[in-house]
Ligand binder design. Structure first.
Ligand SMILES: C[S@@+](CC[C@H](N)C(=O)[O-])C[C@H]1O[C@@H](n2cnc3c(N)ncnc32)[C@H](O)[C@@H]1O
Length: 203
């Protein structure tokens, strides 16, 4: 039997459908905490990378009534679920969800005010290339936002990296260094007593 937990990295098949449903509720508290550090404008154009079940897209659509929110995920199961959750906004042209990888973002340069990444950077295969892709699609002064439930300082989290192939948990210092190397500035990192991590960085 395939490893059920591998669906956290890339939801697939029946197990993947169960996992994307669980993500929407299971990550809600962390997302709420992280959103507290993200200033959104009502006309913002946003990209959510690794959008999973689409709950964060739905939240940001409410915050940006005159803007747009796009989602991208390399899992067809995630794209389908995000599409269902945001079906009305997709119909009205305010939202689009596409299948693709952060390693090759299929968007024109400098079109997003904000790019978000909730619980997904653990699985990205190369930060210099991935962060450079984010940098490219952000407008000047745009914000890149990362929010993780694991900050690399809690040894209990290692159980996840043992169960999920390809998962790496990064500290805020490591993420900060990669962001700086790609050209991001004004990098701010916050951690809370649960070990959650939220980083904002400016282009
Ligand atoms: C743990 S889920 C998080 C989903 C959602 N952001 C949330 O917070 O509930 C990780 C998601 O990132 C996606 N993902 C992982 N690596 C990716 C990549 N290289 N490009 C695009 N999506 C990726 C997975 O398919 C999965 O849907």
């Amino acid at each position: 039997m395939a490893n059920f937990f591998q669906n956290a990295c890339k939801p697939e098949g029946f197990g993947g459908k169960i996992v994307v449903n669980m993500m929407n509720s299971g990550h809600a508290k962390m997302a709420e905490w992280g959103f507290g550090f993200l200033r959104l404008g009502e006309t913002d154009n946003i990209l959510d990378i690794g959008c999973g079940g689409g709950a964060n897209i739905a939240h940001m659509l409410k915050q940006c009534p005159k803007g747009t929110v796009k989602g991208i995920d390399y899992s067809a199961v995630s794209v389908e679920k995000s599409g269902k959750v945001n079906a009305d906004a997709i119909k009205s042209g305010k939202c689009e969800v596409v299948c693709g990888s952060v390693m090759e973002l299929p968007f024109e340069k400098e079109q997003f005010d904000v790019v978000t990444a909730f619980e997904t950077v653990y699985f990205w295969p190369g930060f210099h290339k991935a962060f450079a892709q984010v940098y490219k699609v952000l407008k000047k002064d745009g914000t890149f936002f990362i929010c993780n439930e694991a900050c690399g300082k809690n040894s209990a989290d290692e159980k996840w990296t043992k169960m999920i192939e390809g998962m790496v948990i990064y500290t805020s210092e490591q993420l900060k260094q990669y962001l700086e190397e790609v050209g991001f500035t004004n990098i701010e990192a916050r951690e809370n007593d649960k070990g959650w991590l939220c980083i904002t960085a400016k282009k």
